[in-house]
Write a protein that binds this ligand. Sequence first.
Ligand SMILES: O=C(O)CCC(=O)C(=O)O
Ligand SMILES: [Fe+2]
Length: 228
Amino acid sequence: MTDAHFGGSGDGLFARERATVAPGAVHIPVWLTPEYQKSIVEECDRWASGPVPARTPTLPGGRRMSVRQVCLGWHWAPYRYTRTAGGVPVLPLPRWLTELGRAAVVDAFGVGTRFEADAALVNFYDGGATMGMHQDKDEHTDAPVVSLSLGDACRFRFGNTVDRGRPYRDIELRSGDLFVFGGPSRLAYHGVPKVHPDTADPAIGIRTGRINITLRSTGLSSSATPTT
Ligand SMILES: O=C(O)CCC(=O)C(=O)O
Ligand SMILES: [Fe+2]
């Protein structure tokens, strides 16, 4: 897992195009090859089994999210980042993922842009899991968020920075797609209202459902950030 392996092929006649969905928000379809997706899926399965097993986070108001989640680098304990979960240290963020995040931001925004992820949130959408409209605002930097999608396709809703309502745009995120949001879109509300069952290519090794990885820069004491 040292080199990024990028896709780049379209879907024949109906090739999906790279799109700027809002200022600072870029969708790049088919960013990861199926082989690279498969190796990431294998890692996700490994991370989900511990030492901090994937769990369905409970929000401070008592509501339970429907995704299962495992974190690397920093644990997201809604709504803050911690080094441990239930007294157990969170797995380090592997260097290849930091490098992948860097490559993603360069592809999205151009050479010379810097990005140093120190946390990853890995979400497993099984069954009817969805994610409500929210902002990613627990990070103490204005660095972009890098999102990688694996498995079933989904409807991804990308909205405005004011509230959960319109205007928003719905786009389809498929396995291997990259979505990066930063700059004026960094605090845009977004969510996943629908996962399309059984749309994944079985070759990437997800039996059912969708995985999303977001790479983030928390802005929390980087000197203590474990890396492998
Ligand atoms: O699953 C997705 O595409 C988005 C995930 C997300 O918004 C988050 O983890 O904060
Ligand atoms: Fe989010």
